[in-house]
Write a protein that binds this ligand. Structure first.
Ligand SMILES: [Zn+2]
Length: 96
């Protein structure tokens, strides 16, 4: 036996298996899970590119330090940037 009900999201009538069923209709639940999946994938992509950029910055600084005989002020500046990149990376890793 099935029951006629109204989808709480789109308001369309739908047939449910239980009278107490208040889930979204098939169409809406399909869409919402697709959207969730897409936004999670998008966020993960953004996170990956940030981590990649920060990692590259740190590698560039290290390379620069090894190749060039830097003045104290330049070395301090690079060390500061490296520290900021390191902290940002730690935060990104903590979010996973
Ligand atoms: Zn619906």
């Amino acid at each position: 036996m099935s029951y006629y009900r109204i989808c709480p999201n789109c308001g369309k009538g739908a047939v449910a298996r239980y009278a107490t069923d208040d889930s979204l209709c098939g169409e809406c639940s399909d869409n919402s899970s697709d959207n969730d999946k897409l936004s999670v994938e998008k966020l993960q992509e953004q996170l990956n590119s940030k981590v990649k950029a920060l990692t590259e910055i740190r590698a560039n600084i290290e390379e620069h330090n090894q190749i060039y005989d830097l003045s104290t002020s330049t070395a301090l500046l690079l060390e500061g940037i490296d520290g900021i990149a390191f902290e940002a990376l730690e935060m990104e890793e903590g979010n996973e």
